[in-house]
Design a protein around this ligand. Structure first.
Ligand SMILES: [Zn+2]
Length: 157
């Protein structure tokens, strides 16, 4: 699952393949991985998914920021080991690429959470009230993360 769409992964391993290659076919929802050696498959797949996640997560966050009239300085998408997102005191927002593997309402919650930190740089009552104002059912997303975090963090590690 990548941004709520199901893709099938096809791998072609062949000694004659000179260069590892990924072909992402959006219309048929298929990902083709071509490489010489099985050990490269995971690395290859991960780098492609991270690259695609970056683009899309930055796009989603920018759109949301614009909608709520908030201005993060920079948006980074990272390979964080245990966090979904963070907001620095400089106003930079960091997001975990693995959000692309979660349902969209999770991405929505995490981006809103980090954007609200631009107003309240803490987890105070005011912070949570603002999150609630922007996303009424955020608690469902919080619970989902609590339940699924461990499994999602094991994907492509
Ligand atoms: Zn927070």
């Amino acid at each position: 699952m990548f941004f709520e769409k199901e893709y099938s992964i096809n791998t072609i391993i062949n000694n004659d393949i000179e260069k590892t290659k990924v072909y992402w076919d959006e219309s048929s929802k298929q990902i083709f991985l071509m490489c010489r050696n099985e050990t490269y498959i995971k690395v290859l797949l991960k780098s492609k998914i991270v690259e695609k996640s970056k683009k899309k997560l930055i796009e989603i966050t920018k759109e949301k920021a614009k909608y709520y009239k908030l201005q993060p300085k920079k948006i980074y998408v990272k390979d964080q080991k245990s966090r979904w997102g963070s907001c620095s005191s400089k106003g930079n927002i960091n997001l975990n690429w693995r959000l692309s593997l979660c349902p969209l309402f999770i991405t929505e919650y995490v981006t809103i959470h980090e954007l609200v930190h631009l107003i309240h740089f803490n987890h105070s009552k005011n912070f949570w009230e603002k999150v609630h104002e922007l996303m009424k059912n955020y608690q469902i997303a919080k619970n989902w993360l609590r339940r699924n975090q461990k499994d999602i963090f094991l994907i492509l590690t």
